[in-house]
Design a protein around this ligand. Structure first.
Ligand code: ADP
Length: 167
């Protein structure tokens, strides 16, 4: 009965008046990125497009995060970025991934403390599949990649909510 009833000193239990749908909405709004983040898959900005394609295939992800020599977020490469780079007559064995990636400062990222619902709005609004989860480096202004939030993570959250005792 979580949420339907509340307790107050000297009053005891009382009906909160909230509907199941109101309680569900409250619950969704409280979910943080940290609860559903996945491990990030990163490649160095010196890696070739070919190496990036191999990493994406072997790690079974749709988005790679590119880091610079300091280990900070430098860019993002999606499936279609890599497909596009493979379509022309370019030599994918020699072109570095940093030539074709979407680069900082144009990367949309998030923090573990952000709300998952806000990330869902960003993914829809920007028409992208995922965001790197970052933390600020303690030494400088760089961003360290600590996780990955994609549409799949949000689907998992959706399924988990359906299994919740509230429903
Ligand atoms: P795909 O290109 O395979 O459809 P996306 O929709 O995720 O995959 O990516 C679309 C474009 O947006 C790509 O050029 C990609 O580099 C870029 N992109 C993906 N994720 C981000 C992000 N978090 N921030 C900025 N650009 C991104």
């Amino acid at each position: 009965m979580a949420g339907y009833l509340d307790a107050r000193p000297r009053v005891g239990y009382f009906y909160t008046g909230k509907t199941g749908s109101q309680l569900l909405t409250e619950k969704i709004k409280k979910i943080k990125v940290a609860e559903f983040t996945s491990m990030p898959v990163v490649v160095q900005d010196s890696a070739t497009v070919y190496e990036a394609i191999c990493t994406m295939f072997l790690e079974d992800v749709g988005t790679l995060f590119i880091i610079n020599k300091n280990g900070h977020l430098a860019g993002v490469a999606s499936r279609k970025d890599l497909l596009r780079a493979s379509m022309g007559k370019q030599e994918i064995n020699s072109i570095p991934i940093n030539i074709i990636m979407t680069r900082m400062p144009n990367i949309t990222y998030c923090f573990k403390e952000d709300y998952l619902l806000d990330i869902a709005h960003i993914l829809i609004g920007k028409q992208i599949d995922g965001l790197p989860v970052v933390k600020r480096s303690t030494n400088d202004s760089g961003l360290e990649v600590v996780g990955r939030i994609t549409k799949t993570n949000i689907t998992k959250a959706f399924v988990e909510l359906a299994h919740d005792e509230l429903l």
